[in-house]
Design a protein around this ligand. Sequence first.
Ligand code: ACM
Length: 261
Amino acid sequence: MKIGYLQYDPQFGDLIKNREHMAAQLEKAQADIVVLPELATSGYFFSGKEEVEKLSETVPGPSTDMFLQLAQKTGTNFIFGMPEKTKKGFYNSAVLITPEGIGGVYRKVHLFFHEKDYFLSGESFPLFEIKGVKVGILVCFDHMFAEAARTLAIKGAQVICHPSNLVLPEYGQLTTRVRALENRVFWILANRFGTETKGKKQLTYTGESQIVNPGGEIIHKAPAKEEELYITEIAPEEALDKNVTELNNIFEDRKPRLYLP
Ligand code: ACM
């Protein structure tokens, strides 16, 4: 299976330019799964709910249409972040687009900082299947919660796709290796880079997207401040082996009755 990511620097508020940029970079991306950053269509640093309202889209909508065209042209499945407008409110979502259509939506469960002011929390960790391989999605700050990745792994996820806009230096690059190791799964961290400014406030995103194997080893890491499309071949069946030694299986050795909810 060929998996990869596009690390890029979305321009805040420019839905059309961002769509055009992603389409141009991805039109030759032939893989089974390519992951893009969190809020890849809109940028991240909203100053309030009005901006979220202006930049969010429905699913389906113009951005999912653009990715569907790309998926049909390339045969690739894409997972990208976007602010999603629903009847209930707004979500920080990641959408799976397959060549057949919309494969599903994951809505970020663990909201970071001021996201709490304008997004609703997602309520589940759905599992998807791509070419016979079980795939889970987490968005950015979800990485700080071991239970989120563990839930997906127990459901059977072999690959965890992780659209991100990481700002805390090294946090996500470290936890994603640990989460991959402790669950014995592949991990695609698709981060953004660049800086967004609102008045006197700035957010700088850490780049260094990475693909990690079930041993927690980095297969490839992007630079901190450059765009990169990277695709590599993995053997997803490696993630089915949960044995750490002949006598230790990380799932069978768990003691859930001793753990707090
Ligand atoms: C984050 O969750 N975007 C840090």
